[in-house]
Design a protein around this ligand. Structure first.
Ligand code: FES
Length: 104
């Protein structure tokens, strides 16, 4: 896989309904498996800069454990208050059993 993609995990390292926190160049990301489809978002809640990796998945959303806002893993849009700004999403490619993330 060419740059800017970086191998971050094997597909078998993240079971359906689970996520993994990965770090690339000191930046933390969440890579989630929703029914075999993988998503990547920043590991930071847009409400108060709190790690979303302390939270949990709710279907195709990630829920912040501090005040409960949920964000779409596909679009980054907040689905609940108090968050009103989206989180960043990132491109992923799955190839040969590896998950590749584009951190740019
Ligand atoms: S810090 Fe995440 S909802 Fe408040």
């Amino acid at each position: 896989m060419d740059k800017p993609f970086v191998a971050v995990a094997g597909t078998d390292a993240i079971a359906p309904g689970k996520f993994l926190k990965v770090v690339v160049d000191n930046q933390a990301y969440i890579v989630a498996n929703v029914d075999g489809r993988f998503y990547a978002v920043e590991d930071n809640c847009s409400h108060e800069d709190y790690p979303l990796s302390y939270g949990c998945l709710d279907g195709d959303r990630i829920k912040c454990s501090l005040h409960g806002s949920r964000f779409s893993l596909a679009t980054g849009e907040p689905m609940d208050e108090p968050a009103d700004e989206p989180i960043r999403t990132y491109r992923l490619v799955v190839a040969e059993g590896q998950i590749w993330l584009d951190p740019s």
